[in-house]
Write a protein that binds this ligand. Sequence first.
Ligand SMILES: [Zn+2]
Ligand SMILES: [Zn+2]
Length: 246
Amino acid sequence: MSVRVTFVGTGDAFGAGGRFQTCLLIDAPGIRFAVDFGATSLVALNKLGIEHNTIDAIILTHLHGDHCGGIPFLLTDAMLGAKRDRPLTIAGPRQTEAKLQAVNEALFPGMNVMKPKYILDYIEMEVMQPNSVCGLTVTPYPAAHTGGTNPTSLRIEVAGKVIAYSGDSDWTKHMPNVSREADLFICECYFHGRNVPFHLNYPTLKEHWHEIAAKRVILTHMSREMLPHTDAVPEECAHDGLVVEI
Ligand SMILES: [Zn+2]
Ligand SMILES: [Zn+2]
């Protein structure tokens, strides 16, 4: 069975190259889900003509705004303009529900008096264990990123395929397991010419390239320093709107 991955947003936190923040949309038989949902992701989905009401689940790697900051906008529109009636599951690391509710209240004060007319579920996933999310099997691994964001790398089993994603993270001892035999490993490549902390950068990636045993690797989350190199490097680089079938 084929699984389709749409790279809705492939930029960094700061809009480098006019790109949208991180969001992947995955279509598989019986489910459509997103991985990460940055502050600009609702705009990015609208630009691609994709209704957010069609998303069954959102799975978060960590609690930085460029990976989860779009959720308050989605939840507010779901109750007002979009009038969602289909259930939504939001899965992420520990503290996902409390942090998102705090962001919601900060951005849309008073909205918490409105209760959704659809079923909204939060799942805070255990690391190093398979978690069941709407029929998917999601295994988060500890990531080397800002500690307060509860950072993880994800390995997602869907319709007999494996999609792995580094999230924002420096290289960790877990990356070979995250990416092993994955049909697609989506990997951060933040800077090209130097290693900045808490992120995967091109020099580190090349050093560990032989430890990545995925069937296909696509680089993403590129800074303004990395973007000019995307055509020159031999590795496949994502762009906003890229669609891949695995
Ligand atoms: Zn981050
Ligand atoms: Zn990020």
